[in-house]
Design a protein around this ligand. Structure first.
Ligand code: UN1
Length: 502
């Protein structure tokens, strides 16, 4: 049953008022039905220098607030997000088209990273290192880097902001957030939660600690090009990363890039096939194939290829495609009609390259939305289209005979984000995880490539950009390391035995 709450009800429940939603020229559409749900004011390019200057002033204050106290702000943000979980999850569904459970899951990911960052605020450790000189001690100190730009994509419109912001804040950095032009409302709604946290925090948070800018490439360019923006964390296409990366490098800034993925699963003869099928379907069609980590390539042992493809066709035949708000829907809409057109063009190319296509048909689940049945493309090999990331639910299937061939196929694409193997054979699993195995930033055994927890570092190699966000020691990218040598003796011995007597 389609819910009865109007688009406006959903936005209001997340704290967005009529004034927030009108008066500008950026039209925001819901992918559910294509309806225009807001017309937002964009940040004028001329205001960007002031915004960056405000972040610099905020930095001068925030860097001296003790890290555990900075963690308290993030703890409050986590509390506000818990309270707003249903409301914000519904905005994610409305604006990004995710099914209800995934919209809520995304907010849970925000809460999880807040919890992680609160603990981290008391664990920004440096090393103590043995000095070669008597009466000396060496240590490392980690200091805040400075204003951090966070550029996010439509597909995880709020979680990726929170990974970066929760860490940046405890590390002592102010944040300027530029969300995708397709999902600015989730950003506004997240800022409502942040403002509530800020109001409860007290007055040691400087003005301009987290600022939201709404706009297109010009707005992004102002952040990317300004030497005052110490860290640029950008999530999106490889095309975008090719512009951002060199510009930040040119001014010796630091970038954290999380770009395209072309994630594979190897299914070995010993695999638990029923488990593999469930993992394949979730990771290939979940979020309508619009995760960076979505499964795009299935590399299956030739002895079980036909059987597995049959099982998948059976599973795909009953997948409920439709309104993401309806209980039971598993596949919501693509973000827009352009995205659907790109999917259909990719399937056309796959056909031309010898692929046999199942599914991939447009359907009018809700008028005005870009709905499509997920596709399986049984391919004769890893042709050009298979090496290309198409942000849609297309699963390319290829066969293999030896694990070595499978790993070669897995690695022979320009992207290097996520990967996995289904096998019950210990040797195969360990080989896949070893230095001669998967070349990706994420490599899993007996789970799919998507749906990572926040506790691990998230990111990948090659055209994926090399950045790491979220858990483990990803926080180090938001701080600068100082090596300190302290002499507590009354002598001045030189390192390497150098003599320099005056
Ligand atoms: C993304 O698609 O940019 O691992 C992020 C996952 C999610 C995050 C994906 N936790 O699928």
């Amino acid at each position: 049953m389609t819910p009865t709450r109007t688009h406006t009800d959903i936005l209001n429940a997340a704290g967005l008022t009529a004034t927030d939603l009108a008066g500008g020229d950026l039209a925001v559409h819901s992918p559910i039905d294509g309806a225009e749900i807001a017309r937002l004011r964009q940040t004028p390019a001329a205001q960007m220098p002031d915004i960056i200057a405000r972040a610099q002033s905020a930095f001068k204050v925030w860097r001296s607030v003790p890290a555990p106290r900075r963690g308290e702000l993030v703890r409050l943000l986590g509390e506000e997000l818990r309270a707003a979980k249903d409301a914000l999850g519904a905005v994610v569904t409305l604006e990004a088209g995710k099914i209800t459970s995934e919209g809520l899951g995304e907010v849970q990911e925000m809460i999880d990273i807040c919890d992680f960052a609160v603990g981290l605020s008391r664990q920004l450790y440096g090393l103590t290192i043995a000095s070669e000189r008597p009466g000396h001690r060496m240590m490392e100190t980690w200091h805040p880097m400075g204003p951090t730009a966070v550029i996010t994509a439509f597909n995880f419109p709020v979680a990726v902001w929170s990974w970066n912001t929760a860490l940046a804040l405890v590390c002592g950095n102010p944040v300027i957030w530029k969300p995708s032009e397709k999902t600015p409302l989730t950003a506004l709604a997240s800022m409502v939660a942040f403002q509530r946290a800020l109001a409860r925090f007290g007055d040691d948070a400087p003005e301009g600690l987290v600022q939201l800018v709404i706009g297109g490439p010009e707005t992004g360019a102002a952040l990317v090009e300004s030497p005052a923006v110490a860290v640029v964390s950008a999530t999106g296409s490889t095309r975008m990363g090719r512009i951002v990366g060199p510009k930040v490098a040119q001014r010796f800034g630091r970038s954290i890039l999380e770009l395209g993925g072309n994630n594979a699963m190897i299914v070995a003869p010993s695999a638990d096939l029923d488990m593999a099928v469930r993992a394949i379907v979730f990771s290939a069609v979940g979020t309508a194939g619009q995760r960076c980590t979505s499964l795009r390539r299935l590399i299956v042992h030739n002895s079980i290829r036909a059987e597995l493809v049959e099982k998948l066709k059976t599973a795909y035949a009953t997948l409920p495609v439709g309104d993401p708000r309806d209980a039971g829907t598993l596949v919501g809409p693509l973000i827009d009609a352009d995205s659907l057109a790109r999917m259909l063009a990719a399937l056309e190319q796959a056909r031309a390259e010898g692929g046999q296509i199942y599914g991939g048909e447009r359907c009018d689940a809700v008028a005005g939305g870009a709905y499509v049945t997920p596709a399986i493309a049984d391919m004769p090999g890893q042709s050009a289209i298979v090496k290309t990331e198409t942000f849609a639910p297309i699963l390319y299937v290829m066969g293999y005979d030896t694990l070595e061939d499978a790993i070669d196929l897995q690695n022979d694409v320009p992207q290097g984000l996520s990967s996995c193997i289904f096998t019950l054979n210990l040797r195969e699993a360990e080989a896949f995880l070893s230095a001669v195995g998967s070349d990706c930033g994420i490599a899993n055994v007996n789970i799919g490539p998507s749906g990572a927890e926040i506790g691990g570092a998230f990111g990948g190699e090659k055209e994926t950009g090399g950045g790491r966000e979220s858990g483990s020691d990803a926080w180090k990218a938001y701080m600068r390391r100082a090596t300190n040598t302290i002499n507590y003796s009354a002598q001045l011995p030189l390192a390497q035995g150098v003599k320099f007597d005056i």
